[in-house]
Design a protein around this ligand. Structure first.
Ligand SMILES: Nc1ncnc2c1ncn2[C@@H]1O[C@H](COP(=O)(O)OP(=O)(O)OP(=O)(O)O)[C@@H](O)[C@H]1O
Ligand SMILES: [Mg+2]
Length: 419
């Protein structure tokens, strides 16, 4: 059973929350000040970018201080009536059993401007008379709709944590998962997340789960541009899209090109479409998209791109008839792209070796790498002295020797003879 690592490694105590130490201290001091009577501001407004730990901080504090946390999401407080319904909760500090209560209105950004005006107004009334700490959370506290609300709140800003802080968190997870990860691999993921810890952890899980080792090569091919949070949203829109239009629109949101997006869809459809008929239909659509992709490559007529897009988005979305959206299925990074980029590297070293052979044997580099390389392989694997002699004659670099020998140990022995 899959469990998102963001849930598995969610901080339970404030000391596990990464970064934003000052903001957290400000929040803690304010909550503690309730012990000396009702403070001037009866609400705190925590704001900042997504995935930095705003929600988690409130939950961890409630846990540390053994407070009863009443958590509300936008759907619970759209209207005045909805807010009033639990206003009573805010009118006493303690609950029946003496534990202290803290009320959280999370994701205020989810309220729409005019339709939900009543909810925000009622919230102000609740805060004015609140007998227990109230916490509001939004990405942007300076939205004009929160102007009045804001004046009743202690503002607490959460900033993006540094790469070092994100890195520390990723390292801790790898340690617990028993993954031996290269420092620069984790650093790459941390940098790519741009301070969004949630997305860094999701990236790490998609790349490293089930592995014993995680190397820089495993992650570097991703590049910085295709931030996964974005691609996941796009994939979700396509794989779980209800309308052709929505699925097609997802393409414009993707910051990867159509070829890359195709790979993402191709890689993920089988895991997500559990019904065999759905899967067959989706694969049909993808194969049609691929036919048109081929046509573009051959003719350079980009007019076909709209068929590629239609088939791979709307075609796939409409293929899903029986598959239910149940449980949590992770998205995978396209292995094919990884394989392609690896083989590109491989091809280039092969060609370099071919060029070296060409210089001595006067045949084309391509022919050399095709016809002579296989024999070199056999020699390099079986006869270290002879291999060293040939490597010297051809003037091969240590990397080339390793490539021909296909083994680090053999290559080391050969390179040692070369001095
Ligand atoms: N500072 C952090 N330390 C440790 N883990 C974190 C931190 N921030 C985020 N995470 C991880 O990311 C998940 C999401 O964090 P959280 O819900 O607190 O983000 P948020 O700031 O409330 O984002 P949003 O604005 O999208 O609601 C957590 O469950 C946790 O796994
Ligand atoms: Mg949140």
């Amino acid at each position: 059973m899959y469990q998102p690592w963001t849930v598995k490694y969610k901080p339970k105590s404030l000391k596990e929350v990464v970064g934003n130490k000052e903001a957290i201290q400000k929040f803690v001091d304010w909550v503690k000040s309730w012990n000396e009577g009702i403070p001037e501001k009866r609400a705190a407004f925590i704001y900042g970018p997504p995935g930095v730990g705003k929600t988690v901080t409130v939950e961890a504090l409630a846990n540390d201080f053994k407070m009863e946390l009443v958590e509300k999401n936008a759907s619970d407080y759209r209207t005045e009536e909805a807010v009033k319904r639990f206003a009573g909760l805010a009118s006493q500090y303690g609950s029946l059993f003496g534990t202290r209560r803290i009320i959280l209105f999370d994701e205020l950004d989810g309220l729409t401007g005019t339709a939900d005006k009543g909810g925000v107004k009622a919230m102000v009334d609740v805060i004015k008379t609140a007998q227990c700490p109230i916490v509001l959370i939004a990405n942007n506290a300076f939205d004009p709709r929160f102007a009045v609300l804001r004046s009743y709140c202690l503002l607490i800003e959460f900033k993006k944590p540094s790469v070092t802080e994100v890195l520390k968190h990723l390292k801790a997870i790898c340690l617990k998962e028993g993954i031996d990860a290269e420092e620069n691999a984790l650093k790459f993921i941390a940098q790519r997340s741009e301070g969004d810890i949630r997305s860094a952890v999701t990236d790490l899980q998609a790349l490293a789960q089930g592995k014993k080792r995680l190397t820089y090569d495993d992650v570097s091919w991703l590049g910085f541009r295709d931030r996964q949070e974005n691609i996941f949203t796009v994939l979700r829109m396509i794989l779980y899209g209800k309308t052709c239009d929505g699925a097609k629109r997802a393409v414009n949101m993707a910051d990867v090109d159509v070829d890359m997006l195709f790979e993402w869809i191709y890689e993920n459809v089988p895991n997500h479409f559990t019904d065999p008929h759905d899967l067959a239909r989706a694969m049909d659509a993808l194969s049609m998209a691929d036919v048109y992709r081929g046509r573009i490559k051959r003719t350079q007529d980009w007019g076909f791109i709209r068929y590629v897009i239609d088939y791979m988005t709307a075609g796939v979305a409409m293929a899903r008839v029986n598959t239910k959206t149940s449980g949590w299925t992770p998205f995978h990074f396209p292995e094919r792209i990884q394989a392609l980029s690896k083989s590109k590297e491989e091809r280039s070293i092969q060609l370099e070796i071919g060029k070296k052979i060409k210089r001595k044997c006067h045949i084309s580099a391509t022919r050399a790498s095709k016809e002579i390389l296989p024999y070199l392989r056999i020699i390099f694997k079986n006869n270290v002295e002879m291999a060293a002699g040939i490597a010297k004659w051809l003037d091969l670099t240590p990397e080339m020797v390793e490539y021909v020998a296909e083994s680090k140990e053999k290559a080391a022995a050969i390179n040692k003879l070369l001095g």
